[in-house]
Design a protein around this ligand. Structure first.
Ligand code: SF4
Length: 233
């Protein structure tokens, strides 16, 4: 048996199961229009700022950077640490994130002449490796940048994805590793950027609104008929 997959899921067609979830979520919520950024650079900065906090808080920090007109590699590097930390304060961990933003901008300047498109021209595997080699960029941030910034097909996994697929009965535990769950999903879906973009956004939406960590609203859920957790209640 493939590691991490339940008997229930493996006895069904996993691919069909995943497309079924996607279709139901899409029908229920409609398109989510991710990632909400005006430029690719803004998207990348947003992904770094959004680590460990809500998107609303990251958005406030981005608005501050825009208002101060420093949303570029050069301007971020020219801004003092104190000023940058003050501007991104709403995103939390602001001293650490100031360091990360500067390190990322320095890396982009040094290795890719400040040109994000040159970085994004790498193939998925090299791009992922390069991003993960940056301090403070983990799997979720790297894959978000690849999917929503570089617009290349890699599935972003997060705690919402683990919760939803555990409750639906696809995986045995929410403690499954990032890469194992990503492999299960990507083995069973066609590698299509728009599909991965929308699917991840729909999972986040559904888990924030309906399949919540505590007090999920199962009686309003479009997935209840195929949900292990609901049907065992
Ligand atoms: S039925 Fe309940 S547990 Fe299952 S996916 Fe929906 S909200 Fe989550």
């Amino acid at each position: 048996m493939k590691q991490g997959i339940t008997k229930l899921a493996i006895s069904n067609d996993i691919s069909q199961f995943l497309y079924n979830i996607y279709n139901k979520l899409y029908e229920f919520w409609g398109p989510q229009h991710w990632w909400p950024a005006e430029t690719k650079f803004e998207m990348v900065i947003g992904a770094i700022l959004a680590q460990n906090i809500s998107w609303n808080s990251a958005e406030k920090a981005i608005c501050n950077l825009k208002r101060a007109n420093i949303l570029s590699v050069e301007k971020i590097l020219q801004t003092s640490d104190e000023k940058l930390a003050e501007l991104i304060k709403p995103a939390g961990y602001y001293n650490q994130k100031t360091k990360r933003l500067k390190e990322f901008c320095n890396f982009l300047k040094r290795e890719f002449n400040s040109d994000l498109e040159k970085l994004f021209a790498l193939d998925i595997s090299s791009l992922r490796q390069v991003l993960l080699s940056q301090k403070g960029i983990g799997f979720e941030t790297a894959d978000s940048i690849i999917l929503y910034g570089a617009e290349k097909p890699i599935f972003v996994v997060d705690s919402y994805t683990k919760r939803l697929f555990y409750r639906l009965g696809l995986i045995k535990s929410e403690k499954i590793s990032y890469n194992d769950l990503q492999a299960i999903i990507m083995t069973n879906l066609i590698p299509q950027t728009q599909l991965y973009n929308e699917f991840h956004a729909l999972i986040v939406k559904h888990c924030k609104e309906i399949c919540r960590s505590k007090k999920s609203i199962c009686n309003k859920c479009c997935l209840m008929l195929i949900c292990n957790y609901f049907n065992k209640k």
